[in-house]
Design a protein around this ligand. Structure first.
Ligand code: SF4
Length: 466
């Protein structure tokens, strides 16, 4: 069914459209679609009425009252919540579908959880009864908030530090990042590392560092000597220091030794799946054997906390395939396991080939299996975020053994700390209280980054001097 939203509340149009998109492919937004009206009326006595209707279908119309003590921020927040929730109920009736996250469409469901706590509410109850979140997902959020105790909002006088190395040995078919495939004929790595090292050292840190995260791309795509230059420039010792190694085909004994020497404490070795056929289909260009070999090497060479990433709903994978990957990961016992829902984003090979990963039931089954199996094996979910264009509008979840949570992952998702970021496409962040966050993005493409590094350094110095 094609729909077009008509509303008297343009401020919330994007939110309403997100709710419709969450019900795709049962419905879709089209400029010439059937008119679906979503109106919100507020009178001078602060009485609120919502009205959701479409031709030949029962209308939803509900009334609310705004608490007299609420200021503008709480009023806006509550108007949005009630309109979205009623709109969700209408869409759920229309499509005969319930979504695991109910009327929530945002990237960060835990932020809402913290908001509800600050409003003195019982978040689990509010999530299930008001926002229509399933009991299972509300329990997941309960567990995450529990796991974040002692880390969330700790050391806010310190800042995090992010470095981006957007190079990879080949392009995964689901990837939409700016990452560039390394081209031996046009080797831009030395020039990039020169610019990056200047970028890293340009700003005098006004806050002590809390966590360092070197991501990408695949930072370990760099040859050992260039990787060492970058890590020495960061020179983080005694802090949480993560390198997202990612691709098993990029890790060598020499690079692992460099990371150990430079104080790296956390590494990722990302299988995504333990099924060779799938690795070939998704363009990873490494074998299952490479994953085992690299993991053994990392374990042999250092005392790192290791993360392994997996993805649900990879092409052709059955529930049994996914289950087998998670079970194998558990048997290897890394400190962290992260389970992503496959997101088909513009710019990826999958999107260009119109790959359709849709199956609400299977994606939920996989996500639920990972949750149950990992909890049983002693892991706890400790951060989550949701992406658009995932089957079932599900989430990505980081699991950790207690005490092995990555602070940086929590900080970035909950937006609790300043971030000094360096590298093409990296985004620095400053928090000014009362939810005000300012961001500074560096040029995304590598050519532009190399050409405009001086200008970006100047901007960054000014940004952190404010
Ligand atoms: S390793 Fe990550 S950044 Fe590199 S191509 Fe694959 S998904 Fe993209």
């Amino acid at each position: 069914m094609n729909l077009k939203i008509v509303t008297n509340t343009e401020n919330f149009r994007n939110e309403l459209e997100d709710v419709v998109r969450a019900f795709e492919p049962y419905v879709s937004l089209q400029p010439d679609g059937e008119e679906l009206t979503a109106n919100l009326f507020v009178d001078e006595k602060r009485a609120v009425k919502t009205e959701i209707k479409i031709k030949d279908y029962p209308t939803i119309s509900r009334e609310y009252e705004l608490d007299p003590s609420w200021g503008p921020l709480l009023i806006k927040r509550n108007l949005k919540r009630c309109l979205k929730r009623d709109f969700y109920d209408f869409m759920s009736n229309l499509t005969k579908k319930n979504l695991a996250y109910g009327s929530l469409t945002g990237i960060r469901p835990t932020k809402l959880y913290y908001e509800l706590l600050s409003e003195g509410k019982d978040p689990h109850r509010e999530l299930t009864e008001y926002f229509r979140v399933s009991d299972r997902k509300a329990r997941l959020l309960d567990d995450i908030i529990q796991a974040q105790k002692g880390i969330y909002l700790a050391e806010t006088e310190k800042a995090d530090f992010f470095v981006n190395i957007p190079f990879c040995p080949s392009r995964c078919h689901y990837c939409s990042f700016i990452s560039e495939v390394i081209n031996p004929k046009n080797n831009r790595l030395p020039a990039y590392v020169d610019a990056l090292c200047r970028d890293i050292s340009a700003v005098t840190l006004r806050k002590a560092r809390r966590a360092v995260y070197v991501g990408g791309g695949t930072p370990t795509s760099l040859p050992a000597e260039l990787l060492e230059r970058v890590l020495r420039e960061i020179a983080a010792r005694g802090e949480e220091f993560t390198v997202e190694a990612g691709r098993p085909d990029t890790l060598t004994e020499e690079k692992i030794a460099v990371m150990k020497e430079c104080g790296v404490t956390r590494l990722s070795v990302n299988p995504q799946t333990f099924k060779q056929e799938t690795l070939d289909i998704i363009g990873r260009r490494h074998t299952v054997e490479d994953i085992f070999r690299t993991y053994d090497l990392v374990r042999k060479c250092g005392d790192f906390d290791v993360n392994m990433d997996f993805i649900t709903m990879l092409p052709g994978e059955t529930f049994e395939d996914f289950k087998s990957s998670i079970d194998t990961a558990i048997s290897l016992a890394p400190e962290n396991i992260t389970v992503h829902s496959l997101s088909i984003k513009r710019g990826s090979v999958f999107a260009e080939n119109n790959y359709d990963n849709f199956s609400d039931e299977l994606s939920l089954e996989m996500s639920d299996y990972a949750f149950d199996a990992l909890e049983k094996a002693g892991y706890r979910p400790y951060y989550t975020y949701r992406q658009k264009n995932t089957s079932g509008r599900l989430e990505n979840i980081g699991y950790a053994r207690p005490g092995k949570e990555c602070k940086y992952n929590i900080d970035i998702m909950e937006e609790t700390h300043d971030i000094y970021a360096s590298g093409a496409g990296a985004i620095s962040k400053r928090l000014f209280g009362d939810g005000l966050i300012k961001r500074l993005a560096e040029v995304k493409d590598i050519k532009g980054y190399l050409e405009r590094i001086d200008e970006m350094i100047e901007k960054k110095i000014a940004f952190f001097a404010e």
